[in-house]
Write a new protein. Structure first.
Length: 358
């Protein structure tokens, strides 16, 4: 998927981005050139319009090379996918910018008060991945009318999603994580901003403004799948690094050869099981895509439930394996500049995301 030069660049950029606590200009230029933030965006909007599985494979391979970079791409390309739900005329104008990058928070917070002509938006939202390079921030807010909270037909608080230009957002530089440092997932706030109706959207299939089948996939399921392949890519990298480490140990440690052989055997078993579990999961993702393409929506509810359960299961199992294997890394594993440690930190940080928690 990547050239040898790109692989070398990705490796070199990773340490610089960690030190910078944000993506570097070299990384961003590469992402813009290859339209990584527009993986799912339709071709008429200058996107790649990849199939679900093709896009997931790309994200998994990028996560194998650099988990922090892939996490940022995943969240931002996922937000750019909102192009299929916002006003088409508005979207056409926004995507004239080849560097457009949406991102924000899925948290429902703040307040959007409708005055009959526009919304007055205020609030504070956490964890906007890629915040330093976002051109627009996305958020969810409960709707009020003349100060009175509004409710939907099910008796729940009425919520709308918003897309807000960067210049109207105040960043709070509070992302200081042990891993995924380069994602720069800072909080942001907005104070009494007048927002037009065209800046709102709803992430439901019946509100889509584009015919691409990617927009028929429920967003929560789409998010579960895209996040899961990040865990898979990072964990696969960890297994390969462990194998390399054990091989190096076997060359210099002539005393504990039996122990090293035993660990090789355990690692091999985990690699085989991981590959099998991953293959089965990707088959489910392919089924979901084929159903969306053929509009077989009646088959999707049970399938999406299974995908959700299996995503959680594989993520939980790989973290059990990760915690079993990491002590084998010895002193090398606790050195902050070692890739084993970088991948481990990234995985632990990614695990804190609420979406795939048990």
């Amino acid at each position: 998927m990547f050239t040898l030069q790109e692989i070398e660049n990705l490796k070199n950029w990773q340490s610089l981005a960690i030190a910078n606590k944000s993506l570097t200009q070299e990384q961003l230029s590469w992402l813009y050139t290859h339209k990584w933030f527009n993986l799912w965006v339709p071709i008429p909007y200058n996107g790649l319009e990849l199939s679900l599985v093709d896009g997931l494979n790309r994200l998994e391979e990028l996560a194998y090379r650099d988990g922090g970079l892939a996490w940022t791409v995943t969240l931002c390309s996922g937000a750019n996918m909102f192009v299929g739900f916002i006003n088409q005329e508005f979207a056409t104008k926004l995507w004239e910018n080849p560097q457009i990058c949406l991102g924000g928070s899925g948290q429902i917070a703040g307040k959007a008060d409708w005055n009959g002509e526009s919304y007055i938006l205020s609030g504070f939202w956490k964890y906007a991945t890629g915040s330093p390079h976002l051109t627009h921030f996305t958020l969810n807010a409960p709707i009020y009318h003349a100060g009175i909270p509004q409710w939907n037909a099910e008796g729940e608080a009425l919520v709308r999603s918003f897309v807000i230009p960067r210049e109207h957002v105040l960043l709070h530089y509070d992302w200081n994580s042990m891993g995924l440092e380069c994602t720069a997932s800072h909080s942001f706030s907005i104070d009494r901003l007048v927002v037009d109706e065209k800046n709102t959207f709803q992430l439901v299939a019946e509100a889509k403004t584009n015919a691409s089948p990617i927009f028929d996939i429920p967003f929560i399921s789409f998010a579960e799948m895209t996040l899961t392949v990040n865990y898979l890519g990072m964990y696969r990298r960890f297994l390969d690094l462990m194998e390399k480490y054990l091989f190096e140990k076997s060359k210099v440690n002539t005393i504990n050869q039996d122990l090293i052989k035993k660990r090789f055997s355990v690692l091999d078993q985990k690699q085989v099981k991981f590959l099998s579990d991953k293959t089965q999961l990707m088959d489910l993702f392919m089924q979901a895509w084929n159903n969306a393409v053929s509009a077989q929506f009646d088959l999707n509810i049970i399938l999406y439930q299974r995908i959700s359960a299996d995503c959680r299961k594989i993520v939980s199992l790989l973290y059990e394996d990760l915690n079993e294997l990491f002590p084998w890394t010895g002193i090398r594993g606790i050195q902050m500049d070692e890739e084993l440690n970088i991948v481990y930190r990234n995985l632990l940080t990614a695990r804190q995301h609420a979406l795939l928690q048990d």
